[in-house]
Design a protein around this ligand. Structure first.
Ligand code: AQP
Length: 332
């Protein structure tokens, strides 16, 4: 059976970008057609400056939001990365497989390291080695498909390279996984800065829609989205990224096609109004289910405990085999 793995970092409140780019597909498609594992990747949240209490709170919130988004623990496995030690064990073998040059070439590393330095902070070594842990997350489960947004595609490509290299050196151990991207909204852009992706750790939230934003807040953010000085509505991501982003979001929420939708509008005002309502309606069930689940943290804890048990049982034999393959003496 096809196996699917993906994750989300508890570095902020989940955004519309996370939802349209990844989480919605996990719930609507992936969990129904494959053996799927979805993970709150809390160890990755430690690669940048962090506040322990906040990471803890956001980890639980992310798990709750995954369930609120429709992940069904009867259909898939939902768990927290740090609960399954196999990720860290295998991560070290991935560090022994990758070169420092290929880590330094990662766009996310370059961007986040530059931002960290610009703030006068130092760059954690784990930010550089992040893709090794991500490769371990994926490869530990014999994953075939990794449903992510476009920004993570480069890391999955590196994971493929590492899997192939490991298999070649030490014998067939890992499945070589592939990325799956959504048809539209693979990269939702910040509403205030439509040339940057909408990110959950952005300090300025005016351009970021959180899954838990009240409808009024969503409307205000969409109506204030930056467009351009043209008047006609045309789908042109290169020249007119703000409008293209709104059309992509509308298409993703309504199941339409962004170019075709452009033809249906003759003003930005009308387009924004429809985008705002489409987003509010898309997020409404998530917000409602979240309220119920957040009131029952012991249910969420139980899901995560069972999820971690299942994940551990799936990962352990493959990680043990990898340890043996590289020449480590098995513990008997
Ligand atoms: N703007 C986006 N558009 C489409 N997909 C997106 N994803 C993230 N942002 C967008 C996808 O959501 C999944 C979970 O993201 P993540 O938590 O693993 O990592 P991220 O890409 O680092 O997310 P953020 O929100 O931008 O966090 P920060 O600000 O910390 O970098 C992934 O599949 C991702 O592709």
């Amino acid at each position: 059976r096809t196996r699917i793995f993906s994750g989300v970092q508890p570095t902020g409140h989940l955004t519309l970008g996370n939802y349209l780019g990844a989480v919605r597909r996990w719930a609507e498609e992936d969990q129904h057609r494959a053996e799927a594992l979805f993970c709150v990747v809390d160890l990755h949240a430690l690669t940048v400056e962090h506040d322990p209490a906040r990471v803890r709170r956001l980890s639980r919130q992310a798990a709750t939001l995954l369930l609120a988004s429709g992940l069904d623990p009867e259909l898939c496995t939902v768990f927290v990365q740090s609960h399954v030690a196999e990720h860290l064990r295998l991560s070290y073998l991935m560090e022994c497989t990758a070169s420092d040059g290929e880590m330094r070439r990662m766009i996310q590393y370059k961007e986040k390291a530059a931002a960290q330095r610009a703030r006068g902070g130092s760059v954690r070594l784990s930010l550089l080695t992040y893709p090794a842990l991500m490769a371990a997350d994926i490869l530990a489960y014999g994953t075939h498909e990794v449903p992510v947004g476009e920004d993570q595609a480069q890391h999955v490509e590196l994971t493929r390279d590492l899997a192939e290299r490991f298999n070649q050196r030490y014998g067939a151990t890992f499945v070589v996984p592939r990325t799956t991207l959504p048809a539209v909204a693979a990269r939702v852009m910040d509403l205030q800065e439509p040339t940057s992706k909408m990110g959950k750790s952005h300090a300025r939230t005016a351009g970021v829609i959180s899954l838990l934003d009240e409808p009024e807040v969503v409307r205000k953010k969409v109506l204030r989205a930056v467009t351009d000085t043209e008047r006609d509505v045309v789908y042109d991501p290169e020249q007119r990224p703000g409008v293209a982003n709104l059309l992509n979001v509308l298409a993703a929420c309504t199941g339409g096609d962004p170019e075709q939708l452009a033809g249906e509008y003759d003003s930005y005002g009308a387009l924004k109004k429809d985008v705002a309502e489409a987003v509010v309606e898309t997020l409404r069930p998530v917000r409602e289910r979240h309220a119920g689940l957040a009131a029952d943290p012991s249910y969420v804890d139980g899901v995560l405990r069972r999820g971690a048990e299942r994940a551990r049982a799936l990962a352990r034999p493959r990680v043990d085999a990898a340890f043996e393959a590289v020449g480590l003496l098995p513990a008997r």
